[in-house]
Design a protein around this ligand. Structure first.
Ligand SMILES: Cc1cc2nc3c(=O)[nH]c(=O)nc-3n(C[C@H](O)[C@H](O)[C@H](O)COP(=O)(O)OP(=O)(O)OC[C@H]3O[C@@H](n4cnc5c(N)ncnc54)[C@H](O)[C@@H]3O)c2cc1C
Length: 226
C-alpha cells in the first residue's frame, strides 16, 4: 500500500512520515517527522506510536510553532515498550500521531510582562525548547536537571546567560547538585511565573520549595511525565 492510499481505522492526516532520528546520547534521541499541517501551541503534547499498533504514549512537542516539521525528544526507558520501538524507526516509516493535547504553555497576556522560570529534569526540557524556539524575545531562565553533562540536550540552542545546568552525578565548573538544591538559593520576585516539567518527585519537591519561598499555586504551572 502506498502512503497516499487509505489505512483502515486511521485517519490519513494522522499518519506522519519519519524524516530523521538524531541520537543525542546512547538512550536519548530526537524523532523528526512530517508536520501534516498540525497546528499547536508550544508546550502541548501529542500521542504517538507506530502505524498499526494500538499502544501509544504522550510526548511533548520539541520543535517550534513555525517549524515545517514536528520533533519529539525521547529517552529510551529500560524495559519500556514505545520509547524503545520508536528508537528503531527508519526514515520513511509511518507514525500514528494524535493531538495536540494539553494546557501546558505560556498565556499570551503573560508573554511580555512576566519572567518565565522553566524548571525541568531530563527530557522534561522538551516543551521549553519549543517555547524558546517559538518566542525569540521571551524573558526566560531555564534550569535543567540531569545526571551527567552529556544529557544537556542541544543546550547550545539556548541563550547561555539564561541556561542553568544542574548535574547531580558530575561536577561541571566545580559545581554539582540537583535542581532542588539550586532552587533553595534562587531569589524569587513577584513578576515570575514557574513552569515545572519532568518526573513527579521533582515536581512535588520543587512545588514545596517554591511554596516555602511564598510562591503560591497560581504562579506554578506543571506537566508531569511519570
Ligand atoms: C504529558 C506527557 C508528556 C510526555 N512527554 C515526554 C517527552 O517529551 N519525552 C519522553 O521521553 N517522555 C515523555 N513522556 C513519557 C512517555 O509518555 C512514556 O511514559 C515514556 O516514553 C515511557 O514509555 P514506554 O512505553 O517506553 O515505557 P512503558 O512500558 O510505558 O513504562 C515503563 C516505565 O517507565 C517509567 N518512565 C516513563 N518515562 C520515564 C523516564 N523518562 N525515565 C524513567 N522512567 C520513565 C514509567 O513510569 C513506567 O513505570 C510524557 C508523558 C506525559 C504524560
Amino acid at each position: 500500500m502506498t502512503n497516499t492510499e487509505k489505512t483502515p481505522g486511521i485517519k490519513n492526516e494522522n499518519l506522519h512520515k519519519v524524516i530523521q532520528i538524531r541520537n543525542l546520547t546512547e538512550s536519548t534521541y530526537v524523532l523528526k517527522f512530517t508536520r501534516n499541517n498540525m497546528q499547536f501551541r508550544a508546550g502541548e503534547h501529542i500521542i504517538a506510536g507506530l502505524k498499526g499498533e494500538m499502544d501509544q504514549r504522550e510526548y511533548s512537542i520539541y520543535s517550534g510553532e513555525d517549524d515545517d516539521y514536528l520533533e519529539i525528544l525521547i529517552k529510551e526507558v529500560k524495559d519500556g515498550n514505545i520509547s524503545s520501538k520508536l528508537k528503531q524507526c527508519k526514515e520513511g516509516d509511518l507514525l500514528d500521531v494524535n493531538g495536540p493535547f494539553g494546557s501546558f504553555g505560556i498565556e499570551k497576556f503573560d508573554m511580555r510582562s512576566k519572567k518565565h522560570i522553566f524548571i525541568s529534569t531530563g527530557t522534561g526540557i522538551s516543551p521549553f525548547h519549543s517555547m524558546v524556539r517559538s518566542y525569540p524575545d521571551l524573558n526566560y531562565t531555564l534550569i535543567h536537571g540531569v545526571r551527567f553533562s552529556k544529557e544537556a540536550y542541544e543546550n547550545e540552542e539556548y541563550d547561555q546567560n539564561r541556561y542553568i545546568l544542574c548535574t547531580s552525578k558530575e561536577k561541571v565548573r566545580g559545581r554539582s547538585g540537583r535542581v532542588t538544591g539550586f532552587l533553595t538559593k534562587f531569589r524569587v520576585t513577584g513578576d515570575m511565573l514557574f513552569y515545572l516539567c519532568g518526573n513527579g518527585n521533582m515536581i512535588y519537591e520543587v512545588f514545596h520549595i517554591l511554596n516555602e519561598k511564598g510562591i503560591m499555586a497560581d504562579k506554578i504551572i506543571t506537566e508531569v511525565y511519570f
